[in-house]
Design a protein around this ligand. Structure first.
Ligand SMILES: Cc1ncc(COP(=O)(O)O)c(C=O)c1O
Length: 399
């Protein structure tokens, strides 16, 4: 007869609750608000002048071509669509595109690339610490935790002045140990919009290479800031100076295919052979996690980039998104001297110097939904909402 064991095995019901993602919670709150005039600047996607996140026209056409011409959906392997990565090379790497020591593969979005990059770092050097300027994109810390690397924070941004704390950044990087990871935003810093100038990039690259840090550059918004090449300035400068570089790239914003999960990971080492070995590890990790990335979005991006006419049309649509971002920035900046910093920043996000109480009051009194930190999406605003938004923010700043 079986004796009953006293110790009860832990079951799924024993799992502790998970703190809800605050941005997802914000979306739910906004959705539930019945006020028709509500403004959602918490959202993390591009919106046009009337508040839509349209599929690019060129993307619709590429998808149609894909539908008409695709003859199989057989497995592609853990590298995904190899031609997609080849076509991205010149866009991301510029004059480094021909460097055979730089290898890339398709990933499920920028998140997949980040996770895979950190997996590789944890495989080669579990003692590496990750130097992170704060505030940063809220998904960076959990990804770093997921591979059990230690995160060391340093202050990146002075919210009151709308400026980068550049000296603190340089001091933190100078205090890094060789092999530590410098996590950097390639452009359009999320959540602050405060990008390094070219001169600041030169200084950061100098310290990273002199200290022997491993740079991991997260570039999720190429083309949303100053321009496609301009936004890759830091990536390319780092490649000029360092033998080892990791780049996590996303096409989800600049091709507006967010849910299709399109991204890529790039590895540079000092020699072709060591890059191939690093890539073999990356493939192994990818195989363990998602086996292979989803095809559809990357296949459509591949069609666009492989066709001169479609590529040219993509550049025009990308420029229109960038122009909208920058023109909304200028309108907000012109409304009050305390908001001029917004006109000097790049990408979809900036951070208002508001306390949590002020943010909650805007939510309650004006139906304006932004993150508790004061981060807001400048193109979350439709054209007809900008004046009401700036008036309410100025009211909050005066209070
Ligand atoms: C800074 C940053 N990195 C990476 C990503 C990941 O993008 P994806 O949707 O391609 O995973 C985002 C998306 O919001 C981001 O803001």
């Amino acid at each position: 007869m079986l004796t009953q064991t006293k110790a009860k095995a832990r079951g799924l019901a024993d799992l502790p609750p998970v703190a809800s993602d605050s941005l997802l919670a914000l979306i739910a709150l906004c959705d539930a608000d019945p006020r028709p005039e509500k403004i959602d600047v918490g959202v993390g996607v591009f919106r046009d002048a009337v508040g839509n996140t349209p599929i690019l026209k060129v993307m619709k056409e590429a998808e149609q071509r894909l539908l008409d011409t695709q003859v199989t959906k057989a497995y592609l392997g853990s590298a995904g669509d190899k031609r997609f990565a080849e076509l991205l090379r010149p866009i991301l790497l510029g004059h480094h595109a021909g460097d055979k020591r730089i290898l890339g593969l398709q990933t499920p979005g920028g998140c997949g690339a980040l996770r895979l990059g950190f997996e590789l770092i944890a495989t080669v050097n579990p003692q590496a610490r990750v130097l992170v300027g704060t505030p940063t994109w809220p998904n960076h810390p959990p990804i770093i935790r997921s591979v059990r690397l230690q995160q060391i924070d340093y202050p990146y941004y002075e919210r009151g002045q709308g400026a980068i704390r550049f000296e603190d950044m340089i001091t933190a990087l100078e205090n890094g140990e060789p092999g530590d990871v410098a996590l950097l935003h390639g452009c359009c810093h999320n959540p602050t919009g405060a990008d390094l100038s070219e001169e600041q990039w030169r200084e950061v690259v100098r310290v990273v290479s002199e200290r022997g840090l491993l740079p991991l550059i997260d570039i999720a918004y190429q083309g949303f800031g100053r321009g496609l090449d301009e936004d890759a300035y830091g990536v390319r400068l780092m490649l000029d100076a360092c033998d080892e570089v990791i780049i996590a790239q996303s096409c989800d914003k600049n091709f507006s295919v967010y849910r299709d999960r399109v991204g890529s990971l790039w590895i540079k080492t000092a020699a072709v052979d060591s890059s191939k070995t690093a890539m073999a590890h990356v493939h192994q990790r990818a195989r363990e996690m998602w086996s292979m990335p989803p095809d559809h979005g990357a296949a459509a991006v591949h069609i666009i980039l492989d066709d001169e006419e479609l590529s040219a049309r993509w550049l025009v649509e990308l420029a229109a998104m960038r122009d909208r971002i920058n023109s909304v920035r200028q309108r907000i900046a012109a409304a009050d001297p305390r908001l001029t910093f917004i006109g000097r920043q790049f990408g979809m996000f900036s951070m208002l110097p508001l306390s949590k109480e002020q943010v909650l009051k805007l939510r309650h009194d004006d139906a304006i939904y932004m993150a508790d930190s004061g981060r807001f999406n400048v193109v979350g605003l439709g054209d007809d909402q900008i004046d009401r938004f700036t008036a309410a923010v100025i009211g909050a700043l005066n209070s």
